[in-house]
Design a protein around this ligand. Structure first.
Ligand code: 13P
Ligand code: SF4
Length: 303
């Protein structure tokens, strides 16, 4: 009888009583991912599902920008995050004032902001993107120059796949920036059979040697569809643990790095969140209106 079972039972009971839905990112720990989440996915899937969810309350198991995105798309629902301090190094790398300065400096150049940003930043941008649609979003303007901020590595990885000139910012994901090509080549040298699957927040030198690069759900689908005998997931630690059971026969090698922000969300905090209805996400209405437009343009983009 695992130690987390009473929490799982209590959360699932309370969830029904309160008519709440739990949205969990692919980086949540397996107990959350498998036992209490109603919807799991990457950032784009969670944003899309947030528009469809039939519940009065959304408990966002992920980081703050994800909960804020759910609130933007569901202004009349209560959106809770079990730990308000669950941040993101990318979201913290840029402010709305920075984006206004960029607009002054590059008049007429469309501004695409990664969804890993605050509502203030989204409100100053033309459209959002995630790692799974960034190339399509950048190309949707039909112009030759686009600002793609704040993730420098994602922008460079997008630039490698399009003719559009990409201007960027110096933000990095503190988890993915730590992977190096040398480290991965050493794994490949030790075992040439291994497949390397990387997230596009990794440096371009890492993505270049990967067999596949894509969003967290893209990586999951690749492993489930291709069933490589040995795979190295170049991303946050929980991903491999979450999908191991649905990919029998695949051996996972885990050179993982932990996201300390994602790991702030735990079963006891989810239970507290539902019991005490905390911490509630609020966004200033005028910021929310403009930020929502940027997110909705992305969600509605035909791909
Ligand atoms: P995905 O959109 O691929 O899920 O990525 C979100 C994230 O925070 C990765 O670090
Ligand atoms: Fe942010 Fe990186 Fe953590 Fe994703 S993994 S939430 S980009 S710090």
């Amino acid at each position: 009888w695992p130690v987390y079972a009473p929490y799982v039972h209590a959360i699932n009971k309370l969830k029904k009583e309160r008519n709440a839905a739990i949205l969990a990112h692919n980086y949540q720990t397996p107990d959350i991912f498998h036992c209490v989440a109603d919807i799991v996915g990457d950032s784009l899937q969670l944003a899309k599902e947030a528009t469809k969810v039939d519940a009065d309350i959304i408990v966002q198991c992920g980081v703050h920008f994800m909960a804020e995105t759910s609130k933007l798309l569901n202004p009349d629902k209560t959106v809770l995050i079990p730990d308000m301090k669950a941040g993101c190094s990318l979201a913290e790398s840029i402010t709305g004032a920075d984006v206004r300065l960029l607009r002054e400096r590059y008049p007429g150049v469309p501004i695409v902001t990664y969804v890993n940003t605050s509502a203030d930043v989204k409100a100053e941008s033309d459209i959002c993107c995630t790692s799974s649609n960034a190339v399509a979003v950048v190309e949707s303007f039909g112009v030759d120059r686009v600002l793609c901020i704040p993730d420098e590595f994602l922008a460079q990885n997008v630039a490698a796949q399009t003719k559009v000139k990409i201007l960027t910012w110096k933000g990095h994901c503190e988890v993915h920036e730590r992977f190096t090509a040398e480290e991965l080549l050493a794994y490949r040298e030790a075992d040439p059979e291994i497949q390397i699957i990387a997230h596009p927040e990794c440096p371009p030198s890492v993505v270049e040697i990967a067999d596949y690069a894509g969003s967290t759900s893209g990586m999951i689908n690749y492993v489930r569809d291709q069933r490589p005998p040995k795979v190295l997931l170049v991303t946050e630690c929980s991903m491999a643990s979450n999908i191991e059971s649905s990919a029998p026969g695949v051996q996972f090698i885990k050179p993982c790095n932990l996201c300390p922000h994602m790991k702030r969300i735990t079963l006891p905090k989810i239970l507290d969140s539902l019991l005490e209805m905390k911490d509630e996400i609020h966004v200033d209405p005028s910021t929310a209106d403009r930020a929502r437009q940027a997110v909705e343009r992305m969600v509605n983009l035909k791909q």
